[in-house]
Design a protein around this ligand. Sequence first.
Ligand code: IVH
Length: 668
Amino acid sequence: MSKTEVKQKIETLRKEIEEHNFQYYVLAQPTISDFEYDQLLKQLISLETENPEFFNENSPSQRVGNDHNQEFSQVEHQYPMLSLSNTYLEDELIEFDSRIKKSAGDDFQYVCELKYDGLSISLTYENGKLLRAVTRGDGTRGDDVTANVKTIKSIPLILRGNDFPQEFEIRGEIYISHSVFEKLNQERRENNEPELANPRNAAAGALKLLNSAETAKRSLDAYFYYLVGGNLPTNSHFENLQKAKNWGFKVSEHSKRLNNLSEVLDFIKFWDIERKNLPFDIDGIVVKVDSLSQQEELGFTSKSPRWATAFKFKAERVATTLNSVVFQVGRTGAITPVAELTPVLLAGTMVKRASLHNADQIALLDIRIGDTVFVEKGGEIIPKVVGVDLSKRNIDSIPFQYIDVCPECGTILKRLEGEAKHFCPNEAFCPPQIKAKIEHFISRKAMNIAGGEATVELLFQKNLIKNIADLYELKVEELENLERFGRKSAENLVKSIEESKKVPFERVLFALGIRHIGETVAKKLVNYFKNIDNLMSADFEKLSEVGDIGETIAKSLIDFFKDEKNVEIVNRLKNKGLQFSISQINENEKKNTLSGKSVVVSGNFGTPQRRKEIEQIIELNGGKVSSSVTSKTAFIVAGENMGASKLEKATQLDISVISETEFLKIIE
Ligand code: IVH
């Protein structure tokens, strides 16, 4: 094939594949088999790889994402992303209707839409091409998530037809369907990973993944419900959305243009029942005035449009039998009673367990084994028991007896004044509490040791670790024969543990998992006390001298170091060579070269650690590390693959971009 023919072929394939994407993901009417589709995509990818000069960022081949670690730069919304006023009450809808009538008279129509329970997104198109996708953020500025959004196959990268405005924004909701959610959690259970709480959280997590190839695997989807721009095709919101459908967007089939409040109320009633049959979550109905000129007259309050409101559905509730109660011991020792139920379908998922909160709640509702209980779904992973159907109670049922010892270690439970939950005080030996402590210790922001919940569980089960100090005794030989381990992963784990000995004192202090000592407090303590001995010997007064250290934190530190078991662990860690004093480099570098300056760090510097170090040096020199480039940015320290939008912004604002070496020179 000649180059011209190749180019032709690539373009035809791109068009053809996007047409199939539209048929499959937007219309749900595929016209070819998955196999045929895969063949077309393979052919395109191979032609593009062989002919890189024809690369195009809007090619369907780009929808698989890539595994470069991206940064989300912040983007200001051209039109702020407001929220909607909302209500659960019919009376308030009647009031809404009267307010509309006051402004618009009787001559207006409503559009009723499903209120998708996902994350809002704003897409900007220029000349029919997707330019940018930005999250809501704080309504004024959001994160640029274009790379991740491109992996959503129902979102057009290039628009169909030719009657779209040259530039416009379209807003909608990104969501995950029930079936995808179930599949993702199934995988998580198999990998021993914590489950995602609900489809909304799952979608939020997927959209913010640093690696777009990972986002692509989460099968996100999106519905669009709002066009923004000064040049929309018609004066009707509803008709504009129908146009948007022709341009390739997924627009709900269920939206309806209605003539009056009574029709609106019927629509709501219908969907309050029918929503149970939808393959995704909705949490209400949005009622909008259809005419754009009437919308404009009604205008906005500071938070939301006056021409729209949301009617929210009450959480779904079902009845089922309470078969037994089990008690879970959390990371901090808090006890949660969990109801084991006869499985029942609730909001699209099968529910077998539900939270019972605490002893008081059980007593208050007089919940008993064998009762028919009402279960509701909130935002959490497990739904909650909200009441008992007393009319169905067995005559021989007996009041529930709460436990008084820890189900994991047998220690007598305690309950602090003012706290609702009982807790197990056996912090150092109660298995779930130890495991949680170790998981925190190895986490990325703490010691950054390779491994997660499953590794900790395994090592704990095999009696290889009983506390954080035991990690530093692990040997490749004892790890390599464990299930899921091999020589290589055993070596990697030991190496990563060894590496962690270089982690600076402030992160080690944070890693110890002392109550109330987060990253910021740890930093302050380290700057003030310089080493662990000073910190350990500080009394209440001395601790209170440190800025922002209040009574709770001071008490927590004193309690922690009063416990000999903790002191012994700190000593063992010290002997193993972990950093327990502020490093000399940090001390020497403490100057005010960057006083009051805001500096942005962007790109890769070999290791994530190095990047953290650069940020530390900035702070130690009196500067402030900022994540976004603004006119106030003093300069940008750039590593490899610096964020493209940051670079663009820097050029626009004429801000200097310097290398790590140049930066170190400035500091010197
Ligand atoms: S219209 C200026 N329509 O609900 C009004 N929002 O509580 C723009 N949402 O931030 C929003 N479905 O994330 C609109 N059919 C729908 C919606 C919808 C879900 C979300 C959206 C918004 C939030 C407000």
